[in-house]
Ligand binder design. Structure first.
Ligand code: MN
Length: 744
């Protein structure tokens, strides 16, 4: 535990003119007031304000701030009053302590309905004097450091609040060190398993690359020395939480993130930064798009540095930050760096001079001006909270619960953030009372009402739309379960057909008796295995009917029916649907079973694929061709390729589109275009397609004449209507003489 004299020594070490009497008086007052109070750890309460004060000495803050740190809990937790503190320590300190007391009373997370108002009060209290914020962050940091003494439910609530409010606030104020530590402890509390996994892998990586990091450090130092530049080079440790966040945000794997080595070069003067950059870019090729000059254009929070990434000595990617010592101090301490004592300056720096120095603080002042304009708390929240967390959006449930999401989040992410069940049953949404698409990017202040249906399972395509890790992993899990259901459905179809062609009754319930013979747990397992092609239908038939002898010449694996048992015929399955299907004559079971809804997925975890050329797009009438062990191949009904299956009616499956209008996917189609052979004609064609949001996959010139070209274009479209729109637009072009769908 920090001792009083150690604290005073720390302050005098950076401020020789410290008012030691003030610090001692504050300490004694706080100790007397807190008396026999203890912390959850069992330590005397005074250890807490002492540690908070110690954290602030790291930022070299003024006497008043240190005294306020010592006193910060007295009004809230003891019989101390503002009047008494004013009398003993002066009004400046009294006001700061009262500011902290106000914040203390804002329970930001648990009283969600009041969040907007509370946040407004928080910012008001902070903006009154930036030192309130500095003490508050130090207070939170010490509470986080001692969080393990708390009850679990409290721990989680505090960690969530820290992640939501205080860590971003520290970041926004440029206090990177505090932000990192707050995030790391919150991360440990909220996702212990994820954190352990990442840390273990980091440790492995670290030991594997130990030599490498020193090599790069030495190599860099030497190259810079040759140019007469003194730089302090240091390899940077990767933080588990930043890796976790990047994995979530960009859905990258650990390996993809960990091939970057981070180094920092700290140089004496500003012009050295650019000289270092020159040396580095001369020595190694730089990775395009990764160069950022935050020296000429500082970040909003005053951060200044040059960032670049090069392909380093052993072909690994090396990320460099180049900055001066002064920039480094701001990078680590942000707004607090402006409150530093400078040589010969004593006494507290006033707010005005800090405002002049810090853009971050300027931002804070700006938000206060907004308040002065008398906006309602809700409007205020919209304008500021939100601007504060510029990489997040804040939305509300209809009951006013605040849901914080990363920027780019959709109503799907929102639904999963509220509850996994809500995500899994989500079929639509209203944003601010208006029915909206589930792919809408949410904006700050949106009120989102999720429309649910118990019949829903999340379509696999959602995984690509959702941006939060929580939504993605839940969708993946649900998709797996639904893929299993579909394989099971396919297996059942295959078995029904095989049994029917063998003249045997198919009884799903009776399969139960046989699952042990296949070493399986359930009937569904068996159906799934047949659907996947792991078990042949004939094998099940043999087990179910041991006396069954396959008709001669029949390949039981593909269940080819005995000759003459089927004839072709088209039946309208459902008057409401335009889909037709083909079944063997005399076999009515297909019709009774209804059509198999195909939840198509181009990404393809399901046993459904599209015919390789001239695939079907939604709106096309489609038919499925069944291949046991492979799955279902979807053809548009007009496809000439279907001819080869004409004599195998048992392989034809009735299928229908089951597209989620809220999560559309693009589907491949092929078109052929005859165009005038003249400069710019290809560009005109691709422009038409692009203008109408078609996605070109491939273009092949198949015939070239002096006056005309014929080309095949593979493109992706939403549906038939979209495809026809593009074809019509192409036909309208003077240089296009013909535009047709292939197989269409
Ligand atoms: Mn405290």
């Amino acid at each position: 535990m920090m001792r009083q004299y150690e604290l005073v020594e720390r302050v005098t070490s950076y401020n020789p003119d410290t008012d030691e009497a003030l610090l001692n008086k504050a300490y004694v007052y706080a100790m007397q007031k807190h008396g026999t109070q203890t912390r959850a750890s069992g330590d005397p309460y005074i250890s807490h304000p002492l540690e908070v004060a110690a954290i602030l000495t790291d930022m070299k803050l003024d006497d008043a701030t240190i005294a306020v740190a010592l006193l910060h809990d007295t009004i809230e937790d003891t019989d101390a009053t503002r009047a008494e503190i004013d009398r003993m320590f002066g009004e400046e300190i009294g006001k700061l302590v009262e500011g902290l007391t106000k914040i203390q009373r804002l329970d930001l997370v648990s009283r969600k309905a009041k969040q907007a108002e509370n946040f407004r009060k928080l910012l008001l209290a902070i903006a009154d004097d930036v030192r309130v914020l500095l003490v508050k962050l130090a207070d939170r940091l010490h509470n986080m450091r001692t969080l393990h003494h708390m009850r679990e439910d409290k721990r989680i609530r505090i960690a969530e609040e820290t992640m939501e409010i205080y860590a971003p606030l520290a970041g926004r104020m440029g206090m990177q060190d505090i932000r990192d530590e707050l995030e790391d402890i919150s991360f440990e509390t909220l996702y212990p398993d994820a954190r352990n996994t990442i840390r273990e892998r980091l440790a492995i990586l670290h030991s594997k690359n130990e030599g490498l990091i020193t090599d790069i450090e030495e190599d860099l130092t030497q190259r810079l020395a040759e140019q007469g530049i003194t730089a302090k080079i240091s390899g940077r440790e990767k933080r588990a939480y930043s890796i976790f966040r990047k994995m979530e945000e960009k859905s990258l794997g650990f390996e993809q993130l960990s091939d970057i080595y981070g180094f920092r070069a700290i140089v004496p003067a500003l012009e050295d930064c650019y000289r270092v950059l020159g040396v580095i870019h001369t020595a190694w090729p730089c990775v395009p798009g990764r160069f950022k000059d935050y020296i000429s254009t500082p970040k909003q929070n005053d951060y200044r540095s040059i960032h670049t990434t090069v392909v380093g000595p052993k072909r690994q990617r090396v990320e460099l930050q180049i900055r001066t010592q002064a920039m480094h101090r701001i990078a680590e301490n942000g707004i607090a760096a402006h409150a530093l004592y400078k040589d010969g300056v004593t006494g507290g720096r006033n707010i005005q001079s800090m405002t002049a120095e810090s853009r971050a603080y300027g931002w804070l002042r700006g938000t206060i001006d907004l308040l002065a304009q008398g906006e309602s708390p809700e409007e205020f929240l919209e304008h500021t909270k939100l601007e504060l967390f510029h990489d997040q959006v804040f939305c509300f449930t209809p009951k006013g619960r605040l849901i914080a999401l990363p920027r780019g989040a959709t109503p799907i992410d929102f639904a999963y953030a509220v509850h996994t069940d809500i995500g899994n049953t989500c079929v639509g949404c209203k944003i601010n009372g208006r029915i909206s698409s589930l792919v809408t990017e949410l904006t700050n202040g949106d009120e989102v009402d999720i429309v649910r249906s118990q019949a829903q399972t999340p379509p696999p395509a959602w995984e690509n739309i959702a941006v939060t890790g929580k939504a993605r992993s839940a969708i993946r899990k649900a998709t797996k379960a639904s893929a299993r259901q579909q394989y099971g459905g396919l297996g059942k179809h295959i078995l029904e057909r095989a049994f029917s062609h063998a003249g045997k009754d198919f009884d799903e319930a009776a399969l139960e008796a046989h699952i042990k013979k296949f070493n399986l747990e359930s009937t569904l397992d068996l159906l799934v295995a047949v659907g996947r092609g792991d078990i042949q239908a004939g094998a099940v038939l043999e087990v179910a009917y041991p006396d069954y002898a396959p008709a001669q010449g029949t390949d039981r694996n593909t269940s080819t029916p005995p000759a003459g048992s089927a004839s072709e015929g088209w039946f309208d399955l459902d008057k409401g649907s335009s889909v037709k299907f083909k079944i063997p004559e005399g076999s009515e079971d297909g019709a009774k079973n209804g059509s198999l809804p195909i939840r198509t997925s181009v990404s393809g975890s399901l046993p459904v694929r599209f015919a390789p050329s001239g695939g079907a797009v939604p709106g096309d009438r489609i038919v499925g061709i069944l291949t046991p062990g492979v799955g279902i191949t979807i053809y548009p009904i007009q496809s000439p390729d279907l001819k080869e299956f004409d004599d195998q009616p048992e392989r034809w499956l009735d299928v229908r589109w089951d597209i989620d209008p809220n999560a559309p996917e693009r589907f491949p189609a092929q078109i052929s275009v005859f165009a005038v052979n003249e400069p710019g004609s290809l560009a005109a064609i691709t422009k038409v397609i692009g203008d109408h949001r078609g996605n070109i996959d491939n273009i092949k010139m198949i015939r070239k004449a002096s006056d005309f070209h014929e080309m095949l274009i593979d493109l992706e479209v939403w549906d038939l209507k979209h495809l026809n729109l593009i074809l019509n637009q192409l036909r309208a072009k003077p240089n296009v003489s013909e535009a047709q769908r292939v197989n269409g």
